[in-house]
Write a protein that binds this ligand. Structure first.
Ligand code: PFF
Length: 436
């Protein structure tokens, strides 16, 4: 495996992993899930999930990748013990990445469309502005065009390799994302709704928490940390030498959580300043926010900054999604990176067309919703569960400790990964399939 591309620096790895983690899940999903579940009490539960499951599984995935120096399929085969076909977990991960990217690219296309519109500024009545989204969805060629644009961009970045493509782009986009987010937070602080937003995000009201909130928090933390499908295994496989995996995982999870919280701190003041409900749902950034941008002083610049921020976050996540499939084809079939990219890019692009044409559906459910449900509700928790089981029960303690260390913190993480995470992930999965 000496020809394997590796990260140039530890910082490059951290930024690429943060780039994978920070995406639509943080800026689009997290705020509306928080809104729906009553605010800060939910954030406390979310934090507990990140600590008890997110960080341990992140450590496990990075470990599996770094130790094996292989794509998820090869990596699970590397740890094969007994007769159970561990590599199936890797195959499911590759498939899951393909499915997620096919619709993630369509949503990223919507962001591109809104960014373009932001340059002109949103104007018109509330109905007219929220109809932009309905019109976009009803125009298949436009959706396909943006989806194609996103896929070509992602493929062009990946074509340059791990070090010169993924790492370089992450080193530019992640700091830019940080700057844009801080600018937006500074702006949000000046709004009248900031006080209410701060209260909403920091004073827990546990009466709003339902049993379902626990599982939703776990599922969301898993998605936003890019866990359960081998993305972090793949990024871990490009690590070499002495890397403190535990410390890296804590850093990645902390930045991911901070960015999710700051996104809420940008979105909720805007929502509260306009007397709206925080639980607007998935339409929040495509329907509600543009209407508010059109009314706000300086809303034009704020909307450009906001959609650019979301676009950068989405592109770096999309990169990690396709990299899983590409590394699989390169490692397993010994083809060139370029060939693997063309094959996988085309497959994902074709699959994405199903989501881009919103009028196509299965029993009344759009392909986009269906794929999201299959991948993020079933495949990710199940993938995480299997990963935790392999790590906990098929890899010896000596092997783990040689890479992860034996400090009290590492020991606690190993304990959580072996006993706590699988149980909680099993609960999420059973809840998703409706068993309780
Ligand atoms: N973490 C990304 C987000 O929050 O949008 C989504 C994601 C990327 C999930 C990569 C899984 C993955 F492997």
């Amino acid at each position: 495996m000496s020809s394997r591309d590796h990260w140039k620096s530890k910082l490059g790895f951290i930024l690429a992993a943060v780039g994978s983690a920070v995406g639509l899940g943080n800026i689009w999903k997290f705020p509306y899930v928080v809104g729906k579940n009553g605010g800060s009490a939910f954030i406390f539960i979310y934090l507990a999930c990140v600590i008890l499951v997110g960080i341990p599984i992140l450590v496990v995935e990075i470990y599996i990748g770094k130790k094996s120096q292989l794509n998820p399929v090869g990596a699970f085969r590397f740890f094969q013990k007994g007769k159970l076909p561990f590599s199936l977990i890797g195959y499911a991960g590759v498939l899951c990445g393909i499915i997620i990217l096919s619709y993630y690219s369509v949503i990223t296309g919507w962001i591109c469309h809104y960014l373009m519109l932001s340059f002109r500024g949103f104007s018109g009545t509330e109905t007219e502005i929220s109809e932009i989204f309905t019109d976009l969805n009803a125009t298949p060629w436009l959706n396909i065009a943006w989806h194609t644009f996103v896929m070509v961009t992602v493929v062009a970045i990946i074509a340059k390799g791990v070090r010169n493509g993924i790492e370089r782009v992450s080193k530019i986009l992640m700091p830019l994302l940080g700057i844009l987010l801080l600018m937006l937070v500074c702006y949000a602080v000046t709004l009248s709704g900031m006080k209410d937003a701060w209260h909403f995000l920091t004073y827990p009201d546990f009466s709003k928490v339902t049993p379902g909130s626990f599982l939703e928090a776990l599922g969301t933390s898993f998605f936003t940390l890019s866990l359960g499908m081998g993305a972090m295994i793949t990024y871990g496989s490009y690590l070499k030498g002495n890397v403190n995996i535990t410390k890296s995982a804590v850093q990645i999870a902390s930045v991911d959580t901070l960015i999710a919280f700051l996104s809420g701190l940008v979105i909720f003041p805007i929502v509260f300043s306009n007397g709206l409900e925080p639980s607007a749902g998935p339409g929040l950034i495509f329907k509600t926010l543009p209407v508010l941008f059109s009314k706000m002083p300086g809303g034009h610049i704020v909307s450009v900054a906001f959609f650019a921020l979301v676009l950068f976050a989405a592109i770096t996540s999309a990169i990690s999604l396709i990299e899983v499939a590409v590394s699989f084809v390169v490692d397993e079939y010994k083809v060139s990176r370029m060939k693997a990219l063309v094959i996988m890019g085309t497959v994902i692009w074709l699959l994405g067309i199903l989501s881009a044409v919103s009028s196509w559906n299965v029993a009344g459910t759009s392909f986009l919703d269906l794929f999201d449900k299959i991948a993020s509700c079933y495949m990710l928790p199940l993938g995480g569960l299997c990963t935790a089981l392999v790590f906990g029960w098929a890899i010896s303690n000596e092997q783990k400790k040689s890479e992860i260390g034996s400090s009290a913190f590492s020991t606690a993480l190993l304990f959580a990964a072996k006993y706590i995470s699988p149980v909680l992930l099993l609960l999420v999965f059973l809840k998703e399939i409706g068993l309780f």
